[in-house]
Every structure is written in structure tokens, then in C-alpha cells.
Design a protein around this ligand. Structure first.
Ligand SMILES: O=C[C@H](O)COP(=O)(O)O
Length: 252
């Protein structure tokens, strides 16, 4: 199970490091992490990456970036390349989050460029997809598969291989009081898993969107992990979800 959180732009440097130290301390002691049941990750803002990598690596936590540019170098003021992120020890990069699509004009075309850039640089894309409006699971799954394939178009043309994390995040469930319904998540995540089952990319499907303690046991048969936000701002909640993952492993 891949379980982690994007800190978005919620915290400054001090709180980012405080949160990472607290979660790293939990992970360093937790049998779910140390026993290999859970691979934890954290995705801080760009400037905090080097300090977060230093804290996280001792606790077997992966570190991600919240975005990257699709070119490997050049005159792209304000952007950050995949090769530079890799130099910093970043192994995941969030691509196409709903907030970036809605507020910063990201399209499936730019997402496809970024996914290809991540894969060619050995960084696993955390490719965020999800339907915009609440509706029937079958329609949501169809929309997500269309978005997924559009986002993978260039990687497929390049015959890319590597790890792919698909973060299923229904847009209507992000920043909400509660996650999407269990049956909805299970139906869409299962369809995505089935779609990717024989893929040459090594794909995992994780769920995000107002997720917190209590959700994983209800959807664990359909997902490979969780993409957490506000509901793990208290580090103890991260520990609770690790407990849940461990209990699920024990139950199998
Ligand atoms: O990156 C995480 C997701 O967008 C979910 O955030 P949220 O749990 O705060 O809704």
C-alpha cells in the first residue's frame, strides 16, 4: 500500500518540517512501514524538498514534488525540471491535480508532457484524475479512463516503462466534508485497476479526496493506497491509517 499526503500550500517551512518529523517518527517505529506493508510518502512544496528528504529517508518515506516541467532544461523561468528533482532525491511527482487543472490551466495535453518527462527521468508520476461532477460510477469510470489514456498518450508513444501511481480523486470530493461514497470509490478504482492490469507501466491506483481515518478498511479491496490531505494535518491521524493498513494485512 502506498499511503501519503500532499501538503499543498497549507504549511510554511517550519510547520512542514514539524509535520514531517512527527510523521517520520511514527513511520520509523510503525510495523506497517518497517515490515513493508506500507510505503509512506510526503509531497511538500518545492523549497522544502531538500530538508524533507533528509528527514524522510531515515523513516523509509518517499518524497514527491507537487509539479514539474515537461522539458529537462532550458529557459523556463519559475519552473522545476524532473532531472533536478531526481537530483534532490525526489521519487514521485504529482501531475495534473484538479487544483492545477482548474486554477493554472493544465490540460490533458500538458499533463501528458509532464507524465512523459517524469517517466523518462525515473520519477513515478502521481497522475491525478477524476470526474468533475458527482454522478453514476460507470460514467465516472469511463471519464477517468478517457482522462488517463489522454494523460498517458506521450508516454505510450515513447514506449515508457516504470512506476505509475494513478490518484483517483473525484473533483467534487476534494476539499469536501467527506470522501466520495465507498461504493463509488470501489467501482471506479476497480475499473481503473482492471484497465491497467496488463499495462507495461507498473501501475497502482490510490484514492484521494477528503480521505482520513476510517476509510481505508472500507475500500481496501479496490485500491492500492491512499492520497491524503487535510485529514492528516494532525500527524496522529497518519498513524491511525497505518494501524488500519496493518490490521487489514493481518486480516488477509
Ligand atoms: O492531494 C490531496 C487531495 O487533493 C485531497 O485533499 P483533501 O483530502 O484535503 O480533500
Amino acid at each position: 500500500m502506498l499511503i501519503g499526503s500532499s501538503l499543498k500550500m497549507y504549511f510554511g517551512r517550519a510547520r512542514t518540517l514539524e509535520w514531517t518529523r512527527a510523521v517520520a517518527a511514527i513511520c520509523a517505529e510503525h510495523p506497517a512501514v518497517q515490515g513493508g506493508v506500507v510505503e509512506p510518502f510526503v509531497i511538500p512544496t518545492f523549497p522544502s524538498i531538500p530538508e524533507v528528504v533528509a528527514i524522510a529517508s531515515d523513516a523509509r518515506m518517499l518524497v514527491g514534488a507537487q509539479d514539474l516541467h515537461w522539458e529537462d532544461s532550458g529557459a523556463f523561468t519559475g519552473e522545476v525540471s524532473a532531472p533536478e528533482l531526481a537530483e534532490h532525491g525526489v521519487s514521485l511527482a504529482e501531475i495534473g491535480h484538479a487544483e492545477r487543472r482548474a486554477m493554472f490551466g493544465e490540460s490533458d495535453a500538458t499533463v501528458a508532457l509532464k507524465v512523459a518527462a517524469a517517466l523518462r527521468n525515473g520519477i513515478a508520476p502521481v497522475l491525478c484524475i477524476g470526474e468533475t461532477d458527482e454522478g453514476a460510477p460507470a460514467a465516472a469510470a469511463a471519464a477517468c479512463i478517457r482522462q488517463l489514456e489522454a494523460s498517458l498518450a506521450l508516454a505510450r508513444e515513447a514506449d515508457a516503462i516504470g512506476r505509475l501511481v494513478v490518484a483517483y480523486e473525484p473533483v467534487w470530493a476534494i476539499g469536501a466534508p467527506r470522501p466520495a461514497g465507498d461504493d463509488h470509490i470501489r467501482a471506479v478504482a476497480s475499473a481503473l485497476r482492471e484497465h491497467l492490469a496488463d499495462d507495461q507501466l507498473d501501475a497502482q491506483v490510490i484514492y484521494g479526496g477528503s480521505a482520513g481515518p476510517g476509510l481505508l478498511p472500507r475500500i481496501a479491496d479496490s485500491v492500492d493506497g491512499m492520497f491524503l490531505g487535510r485529514f492528516v494535518h494532525d500527524p496522529a491521524a497518519f498513524g491511525t491509517i497505518l494501524d488500519e493498513a496493518l490490521a487489514l494485512r493481518g486480516a488477509r
